[in-house]
Design a protein around this ligand. Structure first.
Ligand SMILES: CC(=O)SCCNC(=O)CCNC(=O)[C@H](O)C(C)(C)COP(=O)(O)OP(=O)(O)OC[C@H]1O[C@@H](n2cnc3c(N)ncnc32)[C@H](O)[C@@H]1OP(=O)(O)O
Ligand SMILES: N[C@@H](CCO)C(=O)O
Length: 378
């Protein structure tokens, strides 16, 4: 599968409502990166819903999670969005009132310049694509906000990597974020989160088809990416869910004890489920982008070059909403409590009660509907 983005339509003028939920591209120029070097001719893929009002005070930014896209809501497209329950006409984030924007993270494979994009010579970046940080993406996204005429976001909100991106926005550009919701995310990736991420990245790099990242003219490393997704997906779901839903049940028509040779035995249902998750992601995502975004998330630390957590967060001007999923075993609720305690002022943590674990920020986000309406979108 190829993800090369070689040509772009001209930068749009003020987005028009009829194009709700349709991917567009914005050239934002060369980007100086946090770790040195310059990424030339950066393009950001983005979607919008609704209309920016005359004083540009109704703009809401929704950063996506690790393998999410900019397609937050269906809008006028055919594809359902991943937060359709929350974003749309008459919904909590009412696109009849708010101008909603979602931007593909720098290095991603859903529209923005990434390792599968063409370099200035027209060749895929591949192994030469630089390490980027969430802060780099925020700097790039700020230029797109300038192009769209958005000086200050009414709200920036996201879950998981999207939550880290939202928080980094509020700290890097404090005057540009009036409200910020950080859902199922931390102030910095922890040792365990880095460890799980490293195993995923190693699974991709060890696939012979990965070829150091230069595979765009050959076979994509689907086995490595599929294995990375399996490791990740286990962390996204709770032990209780996997036990209740699958337990030791064999996959229908298969017998886990039914062969003398390991390679010929049938699967447990949970194995088949993980195989499916791995295959599905490998069919829609670029392995290099997975590595780039995962390593960006590993680097996530709002305190970097900013002192202690309280010192780093002292800069924020936004009103905050911090939320966690009670059964999350990847981004533990305690870590959200630590973030809330370190933010200026009084900040509670809103718990999403969901048995499935981390992915509850996608499946059960409507539990935040009331608090979002009351505090942010009333
Ligand atoms: C471009 C984009 O789509 S990005 C959209 C944004 N998405 C994301 O950010 C994350 C990607 N998605 C996910 O992580 C998940 O799909 C979620 C969290 C959104 C939804 O989770 P859930 O509704 O709980 O779905 P769940 O994890 O149970 O997976 C269901 C799938 O497993 C399959 N499945 C269930 N049991 C088995 C089994 N024993 N064997 C094989 N497959 C199985 C189902 O058939 C279903 O397949 P499908 O997704 O192809 O329809
Ligand atoms: N299921 C989510 C979890 C990551 O937070 C994703 O793939 O983006």
């Amino acid at each position: 599968m190829k993800y090369s983005v070689t040509t772009y339509p001209p930068a749009p003028q003020h987005p028009v409502r009829v194009l709700d939920g349709v991917l567009r591209y914005a050239p934002i120029g060369d980007l100086k990166l946090e770790t040195g070097g310059v990424l030339p001719d950066v393009v950001l893929g983005y979607e919008t819903w609704g209309e920016l009002n005359s004083d540009a005070s109704n703009a809401v930014l929704v950063p996506h999670a690790l393998t999410g896209s900019t397609h937050v809501a269906q809008g006028s497209s055919d594809e359902p969005g991943w937060w359709d329950g929350l974003v749309g006409p008459g919904k909590t984030i009412d696109t009849d009132r708010f101008f909603v924007v979602s931007i593909n993270m720098l290095g991603g494979c859903y529209g923005s310049t990434g390792p599968g994009s063409a370099d200035p010579d027209g060749l895929p970046w591949g192994s030469r694509f630089p390490f980027v940080t969430i802060r780099d993406s925020v700097h790039a996204e700020a230029r797109l906000a300038d192009q769209l005429g958005i000086r200050r976001w009414h709200t920036v909100l996201g879950g998981s990597l999207g939550g880290a991106r939202a928080l980094e926005w509020a700290v890097t550009e404090p005057e540009r974020v009036a409200r910020c919701a950080v859902i199922a995310a931390t102030a910095a990736s922890t040792g365990e989160q880095i460890a799980f991420a490293q195993a995923q990245v190693a699974a991709i790099r060890l696939d012979p088809d990965y070829n150091g990242g230069d595979y765009y003219n050959g076979r994509a490393p689907v086995a490595g990416l599929g294995l990375a997704r399996r490791i990740a997906h286990i962390t996204y779901r709770s032990e209780a869910e996997l036990q209740y839903r699958f337990g030791r049940t064999p996959q229908p028509g298969e017998d886990p004890l039914g062969a003398a040779l390991p390679a010929e035995r049938g699967r447990y249902q949970v194995e088949s489920y993980l195989d499916h998750q791995g295959t599905k992601l490998a069919g829609r995502f670029d392995a290099n982008s997975y590595v780039i975004l995962t390593e960006a998330l590993m680097s996530h630390d709002v305190t970097r070059d900013r002192g202690s957590l309280s010192e780093a967060l002292a800069a924020v001007r936004a009103q905050f909403l911090v939320a966690a999923v009670d059964s999350d075993r990847l981004y533990f609720p305690e870590q959200s409590y630590e973030l809330a305690a370190a933010l200026p002022g009084e900040n509670r943590v809103h718990l999403i009660s969901a048995p499935i674990g981390h992915d509850g920020f996608l499946t059960d986000v409507l539990q935040l509907r009331d608090v979002l309406r009351k505090d942010f979108f009333g």
